[in-house]
Write a protein that binds this ligand. Structure first.
Ligand SMILES: *Cc1c(COP(=O)(O)O)cnc(C)c1O
Length: 552
């Protein structure tokens, strides 16, 4: 590694730890509430071992307090009931979800954002923040679509257009993308005044079809279901296509489903490509999907909520090749741009695209104004763009590259540890920085391939229960954390198995910590009756099947 990269690395680690002596801008109240945050965060995932039901008792009074109280008294509540019982998502041992550590400067900057209290819905309440947000949208547009400077100079501050929509997260971003796609497909023409005006029934009559559909892989985020519901496309018409052994959309199955839709006179409204699936972090074949969308003439949306920032990495950018052909792309800033919760974006290749959902009102969002609210689903919105801008400016392209590269490297390293450990089985190898695995003792791994499918399935049911129990006990112990999900696994006849899911996004997570995660899981298996029961059940099952085999 070159010297400058090393220097960069050091700064990066430093910005993810809270400074020893509190930054004066952090203020005394924060210090009083959180004490030594860094130390506190790094030791435990949850400080108190109380159950959720127990914690609910602290929040069960439904009456608005009659009498005012002192702020100092209220901060006592914050400290004892909220901070002390919060999940330490920034802890380096918290490697189970997409929520991770924040660079320390996000905290003082969030305070400034709150103090300014700008409302991005209109320029009248956000004079500097509207241009700032437009600049952030252009920067992300540039990351994806790499248009030349004259393009950005032409469109960045154009009053009738927007290069994208800033919103609270990937869910709204995906919904906005398909809202635009829907309104463009059902645009006004001739007598027909468009779906936005006349509704779905008239739109279908106009198109001469029986329904609209969205095509996506089984790994699509659940927000797609919400979008299909909200846009009156219907959840049945969110067509989920099978995936291959690498959790990527199966192009043959896609063509087949498309033909079935045509037979039923249902019109595909949009095709989804995923750049970093939520469960396994895999990337769909975006070039092939772009070709197919072009062939059938439908909107191509890429959900890069998680994987988008991979574009910062010279080493790994090619994994997302084809993303620049998407009509729209979702990126969540509160994931791999390390911005606090509540910051997502959807970018559109065509600066005219958002016109399809344009809305005007008389007192604001007037024609010709630069109000961003005329092109967003949400109304009043905070100045979160400041925090994205801060990350892009302070961490920079090279800093994000380093974070992405480190995460992918660490995930590969974790996969190695799992592969080398006799009692674990890697279920999905990491393409980006997410992987899944399960506890599967060596003796059983040796037997499994020789068992018939039915017996394998029975064994898997017990391993599922084992994984579930271990995950729950580990979470409650609060030292390290992985999440769990269920995935189809081709090794076992494509049936679903329960797996641990690990997301390696916190730069403070070390290989030692990953070893601890595995060691803790092994310790739980050997010590906890709940886990032992499942292993014994498997032994009984196998012994029984051997007996019946010899009897025959
Ligand atoms: C997280 C995620 C979303 C949803 O984003 P929210 O910010 O939680 O609304 C959508 N798609 C993918 C691939 C994601 O990882």
């Amino acid at each position: 590694m070159t010297e400058t990269a090393l220097a960069n690395l050091k700064t990066l680690y430093r910005i993810f730890t809270v400074p020893e002596a509190p930054d004066s801008t952090l203020g005394k109240i924060d210090q009083a509430i959180t004490g030594n945050v860094a130390e506190f965060l790094q030791k435990h995932i949850v400080a108190l071992e109380r159950s959720l039901e127990d914690i609910e008792k602290d929040f069960s009074c439904a009456a608005v307090p009659e009498d005012p109280t002192f702020v100092s008294e209220y901060t006592k509540f914050v400290k004892e009931k909220l901070v002390a019982q919060s999940v330490h998502t920034a802890a380096p041992g918290f490697v189970g979800h997409m929520t991770s550590a924040l660079p320390y400067f996000m905290l003082p900057l969030s305070r400034i954002m709150t103090a300014l209290n700008q409302n991005l819905v209109k320029v009248e309440t956000s004079k500097a923040f509207t241009p700032l947000e437009r600049q952030v949208l252009a920067m992300l547009h540039n990351l994806i679509y790499r248009q030349d400077n004259s393009f950005y100079q032409r469109w960045i501050h154009d009053s009738d257009h927007a290069l994208g929509a800033f919103c609270s997260g990937g869910t709204i971003a995906n919904t906005t993308a398909f809202w635009v796609a829907r309104n463009r497909l059902c645009a006004p023409s001739g007598e027909f005044r468009g779906i936005a005006q006349e509704g779905l029934f008239k739109a279908l009559q106009h198109l001469g079809c029986e329904g609209l559909a969205i095509l996506a892989s089984r790994r699509a985020h659940y927000s797609l279901g919400k979008a299909a519901d909200l846009l009156a496309i219907g959840r049945d018409n969110l067509v989920l296509i099978d995936t291959d052994d690498h959790n990527r959309i199966d192009m043959r199955a896609l063509r087949e489903e498309y033909r079935k839709l045509c037979d039923r006179n249902i019109r595909p409204l949009g095709l989804l490509g995923i750049a970093g699936t939520t469960e396994t972090g895999h990337v769909d074949p975006l070039e092939q999907l772009a070709d197919f969308a072009e062939e059938i003439g439908c909107h191509f949306h890429v959900d890069a909520a998680w994987g988008g920032p991979t574009l910062f990495s010279d080493t790994h950018r090619s994994l997302l090749a084809g993303i620049e052909r998407a009509d729209s792309v979702t990126i969540d800033a509160h994931k791999q741009l390390y911005v606090p919760m509540g910051a997502g974006m959807v970018l559109f290749k065509d600066p005219h695209a958002l016109t399809a959902i344009e809305h005007h009102a008389n007192y604001i969002l007037r024609h010709g104004s630069k109000d961003l609210g005329s092109h967003t689903l949400e109304g009043s919105r905070p100045g979160k763009a400041l925090l994205v801008h801060a990350g892009l400016s302070i961490i920079g392209r090279k800093g994000y590259e380093l974070l992405i590269d480190l995460g992918i490297e660490k995930a590969r390293c974790f996969a190695e540890l799992i592969n080398q450990h006799p009692d674990f089985e890697l279920i999905s190898a990491p393409e980006l920085n997410i992987l899944t695995y399960r506890y599967h003792p060596a003796w059983l791994q040796a037997l499994m391939p020789g068992l018939d499918l039915e017996l394998q399935q029975q064994v898997n049911r017990h391993l599922d229960a084992l994984t579930q129990a271990v995950q729950k006990i580990q979470r409650e112990a609060g030292k390290t954390f992985v999440s769990r999900t269920r995935l189809r696994c081709s090794r076992y006849g494509s049936e679903q198995v329960t797996v641990f899911r690990s997301v390696l996004a916190n730069p403070l997570t070390t290989v030692d910590i990953l070893n601890t995660v595995l060691a803790e899981q092994c310790a739980i298996v050997s010590a906890e009756p709940e886990a032992q029961e499942q292993l014994q059940a498997i032994e009984t099952l196998l012994a029984g099947s051997k007996d019946s085999a010899t009897a025959q």
